[in-house]
Design a protein around this ligand. Structure first.
Ligand SMILES: Nc1ncnc2c1ncn2[C@@H]1O[C@H](COP(=O)(O)OP(=O)(O)OP(=O)(O)O)[C@@H](O)[C@H]1O
Length: 243
């Protein structure tokens, strides 16, 4: 079976700064793949290229067997590729429930239009339950804690029934209880068949959750392998200790 995601020889520069240099990675179906690397190694740029937020200068991206190198984010979202951001992105004036309905893919017009999609409302209600957001469901997202906003953003990407979710630092800046909650949701969704690609700085989380681990350094993939091997690998140690 073809991998769910294939990044092949992608390069991308910002002016004279090479953010990605012939970077490649493969995400197998139903894996929880980690993408790690020192600050500035190109992780966010690679996420942006995969999700169509940035164009690669060279190289190809394939998702679910299709070339999506030049696909727009909305088209990828409809095909089943969703992402979260380092700083959770939610509509702060909308309530938790409204944020979920909007994420259903029909936008604000759907929310305020005459025809409210009943299936989306129902799915939003299910996700509010699953993510235990019931107590804050009617509050504007602006009133949520940082951690609750991250949970809401995570729940929102599920409105599109994705097959691949890219999580950008899901546990950064959240308390230990919420880290466990995030891990629980990732495991639960993984068991239900969803594939994950996760940028994560917390190595304990990576070691517990992910296999394989892909390491980027200076825009290049320098290692891909199981979590046990990554800690011992000389090039990885060099990349981190030299950074
Ligand atoms: N919009 C931009 N304009 C100019 N340079 C950029 C831009 N985005 C990223 N870069 C540069 O590209 C390189 C890779 O950055 P990127 O944010 O992808 O790394 P990262 O691994 O996600 O870092 P971090 O772990 O700190 O989030 C860095 O040198 C960064 O300064």
């Amino acid at each position: 079976m073809t991998p769910l995601l294939e990044v092949d020889g992608v390069s991308r520069s910002f002016g004279s700064v090479p953010a990605l240099v012939n970077a490649s990675l493969t995400v197998e179906r139903n894996s929880i793949t980690a993408l790690i690397g020192p600050n500035g190694s190109g992780k966010t740029t690679l996420f942006n290229v995969i999700t169509g937020n940035l164009r690669a200068d060279t190289g190809r991206v394939r998702f679910d067997g299709h070339d999506v190198t030049t696909a727009r984010p909305a088209a990828l979202y409809r095909r089943g590729l969703s992402r979260t951001y380092q700083q959770a992105r939610v509509f702060s004036q909308l309530t938790v429930e409204e944020n979920l309905v909007v994420a259903g893919g029909f936008g604000l017009a759907q929310l305020f239009g005459r025809r409210v999609n009943r299936r989306d409302r129902q799915r939003a209600t299910e996700l509010i339950d699953e993510f235990r957001l019931g107590r804050v469901a009617d509050l504007p997202a602006a009133e949520l804690s940082y951690g609750q906003r991250k949970l809401l953003e995570f729940a929102a990407v599920l409105m599109s029934s994705p097959t691949l979710i890219l999580l950008d630092e899901p546990t950064a800046g959240v308390n230990p209880v919420l880290i466990e909650t995030m891990e629980h949701h990732i495991r639960r969704l993984h068991a239900a068949g969803i594939t994950f690609l996760i940028v994560e700085h917390d190595m304990n989380v990576v070691m517990r959750l992910c296999d394989p681990v892909v390491v980027l350094d200076q825009g290049r993939e320098i290692f891909t392998g199981p979590p046990d091997a990554v800690r011992e690998h000389p090039a990885v140690l060099d990349a981190y200790l030299g950074a």
